[in-house]
Design a binder for this molecule. Structure first.
Ligand code: TRP
Length: 360
């Protein structure tokens, strides 16, 4: 069997550099290499509502933003199916059956969910929808028989849980579902890009992001104010590259060609780091270098976005078509699931006969 790729994002804001290096860039590469059978990209609005149920406007307003970001990064609706989660009702039905296969204790152990619960300060009042979103995510993946899921590192626990659900389902009802595998970027930093402040990960709620759609001047301003080494005060001071966000980003984004293009005094990142460690290399210089690299990556994306922004109704149309395709595939899987579970009563002629036999 060939490869089926599925991945998605919550529409709670525009996508940022963390999304880009963590997964989006990988998806576009895989899409363009074409060594797969099918690729699905899902706008996870229903999942976004699990912690934004009190603010549906936010989710609604960001559907188009995420779609614009996808298109401008190169996700091509002629090659991939881009769809909206809530439109595919089979996902909810599948989740309902999966809920029988997962314990409360197991949900509470999911490290990503655990961290999020703490961060969101739910206290003892954890919404059931939020706690169970890993089950919904298992449905997202398996409804489309996806075996490959390109994600950032924080999603690995979701994939582990999805695999457990698949194994439980196949154990009770027969081999129907495919166990999915996560693909994370080779570069560890890309898998979990820190914020501009050097802390935690880049995240909208922490306000430490560079958005794919930020204007050139905005990107520059953000990079010039990035966190470096607080003890590197004079240019001549020796500096730390570990925990220095500018170097972390260089680790994620730069390659040797960038040096010949923008900073020919150095051959590669190792040389630059050595100089910084020794002292004598100022923060402004490394920030300008990083800015050049990021601008080079983002400027074609920004330009493409401006074109797509002129055609919003067409993009909604594309999303609807994608969602209808998703429904078709989803309905097929759900038929298989229900017949494996033996709950497809009205299509099961044998069953109806047998029930009659009982009374003969
Ligand atoms: N949880 C993912 C995120 O927050 C979004 C998502 C929802 C997803 N369903 C998915 C990712 C299925 C991969 C596969 O980014």
């Amino acid at each position: 069997m060939g490869n089926i790729i599925l991945t998605g994002d919550r529409p709670t804001g525009k996508l940022h550099l963390g999304h880009y290096v963590g997964s989006l860039k990988n998806r576009v590469m895989m899409q363009n290499k074409g060594d797969y059978d099918k690729m699905y990209v899902m706008i996870a609005d229903a999942q976004a509502l699990t912690d934004n149920f009190n603010n549906p406007d936010k989710v609604r307003d960001n559907i188009i933003e995420v779609a614009l970001d996808y298109l401008s990064c190169g996700i091509d609706p002629n090659k991939s199916t881009i769809f909206v989660q809530s439109h595919v009702e089979q996902l909810t039905e599948l989740m309902f059956y999966y809920m029988n296969l997962v314990t409360l204790a197991r949900l509470e152990r999911n490290p990503t969910v655990k961290a999020e619960i703490k961060q969101k300060e739910f206290g003892p009042s954890i919404p059931v929808g939020f706690l169970t979103y890993p089950i919904s995510q298992a449905a997202d993946i398996t409804l489309f028989n996806a075996n490959i899921v390109p994600v950032g590192e924080d999603q690995l626990p979701m994939l582990e849980q999805a695999r457990e659900i698949v194994r439980a389902f196949n154990y009770y009802y027969g081999e129907v579902l495919t166990e999915p595998k996560a693909i994370v970027p080779d570069n560890k930093i890309c898998s979990r890009l820190p914020g501009l402040d050097g802390k935690a990960k880049m995240s909208k709620s922490l306000g430490n992001c560079i958005y794919l759609s930020d204007e050139e001047a905005e990107v520059k301003k953000k990079i010039m104010s990035m966190y470096t080494d607080p003890n590197h005060i004079q240019i001549t001071d020796p500096g730390n590259v570990e925990g220095n966000a500018v170097f972390t980003y260089l680790d994620a984004f730069c390659n040797d060609d960038d040096f010949s293009e923008f900073l020919p005094d150095y051959k590669n990142l190792d040389e630059l780091k050595d100089h910084y460690r020794r002292g004598g290399l100022g923060d402004v210089k490394i920030k300008k270098f990083l800015n050049n690299i990021i601008q080079k990556e983002l400027s074609p994306i920004r330009q493409k976005r401006k074109e797509y922004e002129k055609n919003i109704p067409e993009i909604f149309d594309m999303l609807l078509k994608g969602s209808e395709q998703a429904i078709e595939v989803g309905a097929e899987t759900l038929e298989k699931v229900k017949s494996a579970m033996g709950i497809n009563y009205f299509k099961d002629i044998d069953l109806i006969q047998k029930q009659q036999e009982k009374y003969r």
